[in-house]
Ligand binder design. Structure first.
Ligand code: ATP
Length: 282
């Protein structure tokens, strides 16, 4: 028996860093959506937990977020069985697209099935929070407002109707180092989250894009100016909005029309090796 779970990439339509808790965790307010660029997670019964990947450089031991998710669920559910987990990677690593978190969430959903746990998604999300703050969202992997430490996920039951052009500069960004560099005493770009939520819910693309911003953009772009250059290019080629996802470095542009999206995608390919044309998932 083998189970296959799709682990889609996420983008942050908005990301607001509100403050830092005493224990170091950040308080977030974000609107996320998942797109049709995905890893595939294959899970088979096994006595122990093992992780293998086709990436060539990702750890295949307890440092892998997929392994951590399996161990967390095994412990929480008091299971004695393990699982053999195979990751087929397509999402760029350390890109701001939540690939590791999505793999971890897919493991939770898959093991919930394999081990006949029948836990609701909310309970899996709770287990996933210990692995990474993006895992609770990824357990749902549908457009949602995410608050708190990443643990409060409110699905919006609507997806933005648009095309997404992802452009990943050939640098990797350590999320931890970007989070350490946030300075709450200084002004930073802030989204209007209510506008983004309302825009998504009512299918009003202009309202949604009017509220979009990412608080971390200035921090990452100060270290990697190519982020701003890619943003400017996306806008010049006709994207309605261009923004960094998560802690970066991937930048995405949004537009409504398919023909325009293809044009932007083709033009961006001349400047950036890793470009993807995707849509928010149903
Ligand atoms: P986020 O947007 O949630 O910060 P990200 O897209 O920037 O995530 P990931 O691709 O999730 O970053 O990986 C971040 C780090 O996690 C990498 O340094 C990588 O070595 C480690 N990692 C552990 N497990 C995985 C996994 N299954 N897939 C990708 N990275 C993993």
């Amino acid at each position: 028996m083998e189970l296959i779970q799709k682990a889609p990439a996420k983008i942050n339509l908005s990301l607001d860093a509100l403050f830092q808790h005493r224990d170091g965790a950040h308080e977030w307010e974000m609107v996320m959506t998942s797109v049709d660029l995905a890893d595939y997670v294959r899970i088979k019964p096994s006595r122990t937990i093992t992780v293998a990947t086709d990436s060539g450089f990702l750890p295949e031991d307890p440092r892998n977020l997929a392994y951590q998710a399996a161990l967390a669920l095994q412990t929480a559910a008091g299971m004695r069985q393990g699982a053999a987990i195979q990751l087929e990677k397509h999402i760029p690593v350390a890109a701001g697209l939540g690939g590791g978190s999505s793999d971890a969430a897919a493991v939770l959903r898959g093991l919930n099935e394999l081990w006949d746990l029948h836990w609701p998604l909310a309970r899996l999300a709770q287990v996933g929070l210990a692995v990474d703050s993006d895992v609770p969202y990824c357990v749902y992997s549908q457009t949602a407002l995410v608050q708190g430490r990443g643990d409060q996920v409110t699905p919006l039951n609507q997806r933005p109707d648009c095309w997404v052009i992802l452009a990943k500069p050939s640098i990797s960004v350590s999320t931890a180092s970007i989070l350490r560099a946030i300075d709450y005493t200084r002004p930073m770009p802030r989204p209007d989250t209510a506008k983004v939520v309302e825009g998504v819910k009512s299918g009003d693309f202009e309202l949604m894009t009017a509220g979009m911003a990412n608080s971390l953009e200035a921090v990452t772009a100060a270290r990697h100016p190519e982020i701003l250059a890619l943003q400017q290019r996306l806008l010049r080629y006709g994207a309605a909005v261009a923004q960094m996802s998560g802690s970066g470095p991937t930048v995405f542009g949004l537009c409504r029309k398919r023909s325009r999206a293809h044009r932007i995608y083709n033009s961006m390919k001349g400047f950036c090796r890793e470009v993807y044309l995707v849509r928010p998932l149903q």
